[in-house]
Design a protein around this ligand. Structure first.
Ligand code: SF4
Length: 414
């Protein structure tokens, strides 16, 4: 009997927890949390703790099926034979039409190891340019919002920010159920005195832990985000020095934000005006604050503008690119930003475990025309993640049609 341990990453949600697999006679017999992994520091939720079970008894087909001709029924054959047959057919296609005749469409649900192999196969062996993933679609609006606002689509924060933030704005995400280990980290911080704002049309398990729960009318997030920025400005909670130095286009914002007075935002969102004011006061009064969002914000025809509006709040308060602050989208699948041409970002973005080895705050010379290196994902060709461009997504008045809602967005206009 041979036993060993193998370190890997949980194949389920986007938190990216490190696992240690106990392997006996080539079978994974047990999984435990990797205490050295910066995402989870040894913690695992039930899904992670039981992730070896499908490896042992996956319930998947043990035979391949081959259809010789389209009109015929498939016939059963062994996996090895099927792989050999597939390889021969691919070889013939490549020999006849060249490597770019082959494309792989893969998934964010693949493990890191599977992602690595898929990329290696396509780029290293087949030498095709074409590998794409469903994850790009999944996170496209978050990435587009980042690019629109910050000039690069890599998350500028880190999980370590959770240990320093004073206020969390969780919007369009039920972290308690969907990112449980990260939520535990957030709860640890709440015990130390941090405050939690949850924005969601549903009362979720995350909302139950909130200091302030904003149960918005579905589809009105953008009005709320613009309304919060209106109040941050009105309350004198904007960081004017940061805005002046690192952003462009702010001069148009006050006139734009005038449309988002609390009374009107309350009318659009269905929230109490006092609650909107309280949320703005919590954010504005925090030295460091984080926003966490996921598909409730992203997967919408306005998803790009949602991401952009969240970034606007951070740029206005200067709460970005420093420990304890930043906009942080949480992918739901394990390798969402690790597929295809973004494969090199796997370690940087998955689990957002980039370390702030040196505090950015206080070293202002590291900002400026060249962003701090820690802010820019490796290989990103970002003009400057700290040079925010103000973009304005408009929210429709209650009762108006979606066609008038996003004048800046051609897709939404259609
Ligand atoms: S939180 Fe996500 S990554 Fe971590 S153990 Fe649970 S399912 Fe796996």
């Amino acid at each position: 009997m041979t036993s060993t341990t193998v370190r890997s990453v949980c194949p389920y949600c986007g938190v990216g927890c490190g696992i240690v697999m106990s392997v006996t006679d080539n079978q994974v017999t047990r999984v435990s949390g990797d205490k050295q992994h910066p995402s989870n520091l040894g913690r695992l939720c039930t899904k992670g703790l039981t992730c070896h079970q499908p490896l042992r008894e996956s319930g998947r087909m043990e035979w391949a099926w081959l259809r010789d001709q389209r009109q015929r029924d498939p016939v059963r054959l062994g996996i090895d034979q099927a792989i050999g047959q597939t390889a021969r057919r691919l070889r013939a296609i490549i020999d006849t039409h060249g490597p770019d005749a082959v494309a792989l469409y893969v998934s964010g649900q693949m493990s890191l190891e599977a992602q690595y192999l898929a990329n290696k196969l396509v780029k290293g062996y087949i030498r095709s340019r074409h590998i794409e993933s469903n994850s790009r679609l999944c996170m496209a609006s978050a990435g587009s919002g980042y690019k629109l606002s910050l000039g690069a689509d890599g998350p500028p924060g880190s999980y370590e920010d959770f240990d320093r933030a004073e206020v969390f704005l969780v919007i369009g995400a039920n972290m308690a159920d969907c990112h449980p280990i990260l939520f535990l980290r957030l709860l640890d911080r709440l015990k130390a005195g941090a405050r939690l704002i949850v924005v969601d049309p549903r009362r979720s398990a995350s909302a139950d832990k909130a200091d302030l729960f904003l149960q918005v009318r579905p589809g009105t997030d953008l009005a709320l985000l613009n309304g919060l920025l209106h109040l941050l400005l009105e309350n004198g909670h904007t960081d004017n020095a940061f805005i002046e130095r690192y952003t462009e286009g702010w001069e148009e914002m006050p006139a734009f934000l005038a449309d988002y007075a609390p009374a009107r935002v309350a009318q659009i969102t269905g929230l109490a005006e006092a609650d909107i004011r309280q949320a703005a006061a919590l954010i504005g009064g925090a030295k460091d604050w984080m926003s966490c969002w996921t598909m409730g914000l992203n997967q919408s025809i306005h998803g790009t503008w949602h991401s952009n509006a969240v970034c606007n709040l951070h740029l206005a308060t200067g709460a970005i690119c420093r420990p304890g602050s930043g906009p942080s989208p949480s992918p739901v699948s394990p390798t969402p930003w690790a597929d295809g041409k973004w494969a090199t970002w796997a370690r940087a973005c998955r689990g957002n475990v980039r370390r702030w080895s040196k505090p950015i705050a206080g070293s202002s010379r590291r900002f400026g025309a060249s962003p701090p290196a820690a802010c820019v994902p490796r290989r990103a060709k970002a003009p400057s993640i700290c040079s925010g461009r103000w973009q304005r997504g408009r929210s429709r008045p209650a009762g108006s049609s979606a066609a008038t809602r996003w004048p800046a967005s051609p897709t939404a206009r259609r």
